[in-house]
Design a protein around this ligand. Structure first.
Ligand code: 0RQ
Length: 501
């Protein structure tokens, strides 16, 4: 098929991934595209991993520092980690090999709020960005770049990097053109201006990346799909959790605290959010909106049925079936979907103004409402905080969802004290498990503890949690948030020693 590199100046820079990988040196910091398995470079990382392998074989060091939008795919994080090619990774990952290396001390990892990464980079907090490797859909004759299936931090990488390698992916739909909104009004303080967005579907930027052509070192042509994982239908636990949330929305509408179109939805990825989206889609709702990070299968369905009128995000994360649906009806979806850079899709100012309803997963919550989303038993990194903090703190409602137990009941998701805090008690408005929903608004810590234990804890752990809380209260000390410090983390210690809390 025809080349999508129409700009004559850039045609001359077309080369193989191996040739392009030669521009990257040991110790370089590389900003790559990619967000939740969408829009990441498909062939350069493999070539770079091969190079790292060859260098290591020859007894020479070769590692890069790798920045992305969020998680990528086996063809990026996976191959580079397997080749021991990553020294430092940020700001989010979910790759098993990366996770292993982070947790055994081989790889440094900086876990950053996704809205804040670009500010870190602009401010120089992270050091110099040497090279950007960005997947795009096509390059117009005049050099304008049509972004791909995610935006993430691409605008920032393009601006901050000394040099740029582009991957032009024929596998991406050319008709993505016009779906993106790249905002060029950002500045560092004290020069910031308000972001003039008052509705989720406001367009405030350009459809293309601006890029100085002299920065472009190489153009690599690829033709490979995103990591489109098959859809897993919601299980019974997820459905129960979703039902509690749907009842809660109805209750809030009846009380006049939520409009009947709700407020812009932000939803994490996974089985529980899918169940919530399915429930909303069959629950008689119309004209809902989404201001979120990722467009999943459920949101496409809701757009199609009219449950959702528009969705703003920074990336797609679709099953192969949903991708086909998107491609078959892309003109319909382009009217209703806006992809933005992640410093805007997750912007605290915008999330607060719009009044987002944030729904995210957690690993464990404590009886007072502090939430751990990232560290298993307080030390081992799972994925990262991602955008959950951006939305949880700044949303109108922040709802955290989890099954009440993990690992076949060896772990209680409700514990006396969390072993790591990502979201403080101040940010957590509602906690939901399959057991029930605890609305923590307007309650003091001691009131919250009773409610969380009664509504959310699994019956196998409920009595022990009440017992802990009562004994903590009986000390008569520190009655604002009573704890028995020597015992507060004993459940985690039990798990580490005996495999059961
Ligand atoms: O492990 O698969 O090995 O059994 O953690 O748990 O229940 O499948 O839940 O996939 O929704 O992930 C917090 C990790 C939840 C996710 C987290 C084990 C459990 C299982 C996964 P196995 P589930 P989920 C912004 C949103 C932070 C980022 C974020 C996350 C595995 O939601 O990464 O919110 N959040 N982004 O067995 C030890 C516990 C455990 C536990 C569960 N207490 N201790 N292991 N597990 N609880 C928008 C986007 O998402 C893009």
């Amino acid at each position: 098929s025809e080349s999508r590199v129409l700009c004559p100046q850039l045609k001359s820079k077309i080369m193989t991934a191996e040739q392009a990988a030669a521009f990257i040196s040991d110790g370089d910091t590389v900003g790559m595209s990619g967000f939740t398995g969408a829009g990441y470079p498909k062939s350069l990382p493999r070539a770079l991993a091969d190079r790292a392998g060859a260098e290591h074989k020859a007894g020479r060091p070769f590692q890069i520092n790798l920045w992305t939008g969020a998680s990528t795919a086996p063809e990026l994080d996976g191959v580079l980690a397997e080749a021991q090619g990553i020294n430092m990774r940020l700001p989010f990952q979910s790759d098993p090999t990366c996770r292993k290396q982070i947790n055994n001390g081989q790889m440094h990892y900086i876990d950053i709020h996704l809205s804040e990464v670009s500010q870190y980079a602009w401010s120089g907090f992270l050091g110099k960005l040497n090279i950007a490797v960005i997947e795009v859909t096509a390059i117009h004759e005049d050099g304008r770049l049509i972004p791909s299936s995610s935006i993430g931090n691409n605008k920032t990488w393009i601006e901050q990097a000394d040099k740029i390698i582009l991957e032009v992916n024929k596998g991406q739909n050319l008709k993505l053109e016009g779906m993106h909104d790249i905002y060029y009004g950002t500045a560092l303080p004290p020069h910031r201006k308000p972001i003039l967005m008052t509705k989720t579907d406001d367009r405030i930027g350009d459809s293309y990346f601006r890029i100085p052509p002299e920065k472009i070192l190489a153009v690599v042509e690829t033709d490979a799909p995103d990591r489109n994982s098959p859809f897993t239908p919601p299980d019974a636990t997820s459905r129960q959790i979703a039902d509690h949330i749907l009842d809660f929305f109805q209750f809030e509408i009846n009380k006049g605290r939520l409009p009947k179109e709700l407020l812009p939805l932000q939803s994490g990825v996974g089985n529980i959010p899918n169940a919530v989206l399915e429930g909303l889609d069959t629950g008689g709702y119309k004209n809902l909106t989404a201001y979120t990070e990722v467009i999943q299968d459920g949101m496409l369905k809701m757009l199609k049925s009219g449950t959702l009128s528009s969705a703003s995000a920074t990336a797609f994360s679709l099953s192969p079936v949903a991708l086909e649906e998107l491609n078959d009806n892309i003109d319909f979806y382009r009217e209703r979907i806006i992809l933005r850079q992640q410093d805007i899709s997750n912007h605290p100012e915008v999330a607060r103004r719009l009044g987002v309803i944030a729904m995210n997963g957690l690993l464990e919550a404590d009886i007072y409402g502090n939430v751990n989303s990232t560290h298993v038993m307080g030390t081992r990194m799972m994925n990262g905080i991602g955008g959950s903090g951006d939305f949880a703190r700044n949303g109108y409602l922040s709802i955290f969802v989890t099954p009440s137990i993990a690992k076949n009941g060896a772990i209680s998701s409700i514990v006396p004290m969390v072993s790591h805090v990502d979201h403080t008690e101040h940010d957590t408005k509602v906690i939901v498990t399959e057991q029930g929903l605890a609305d923590l608004r307007g309650l003091s810590p001691r009131q919250r503890a009773k409610l969380i234990i009664d509504k959310c804890a699994h019956p196998d752990f409920r009595d022990r949690l009440h017992d802990y809380f009562e004994r903590a209260c009986a000390t008569g000390r520190g009655m604002h948030t009573p704890h028995i410090l020597g015992e507060a983390l004993s459940w985690h210690e039990n798990f580490e020693r005996y495999g059961k809390m």
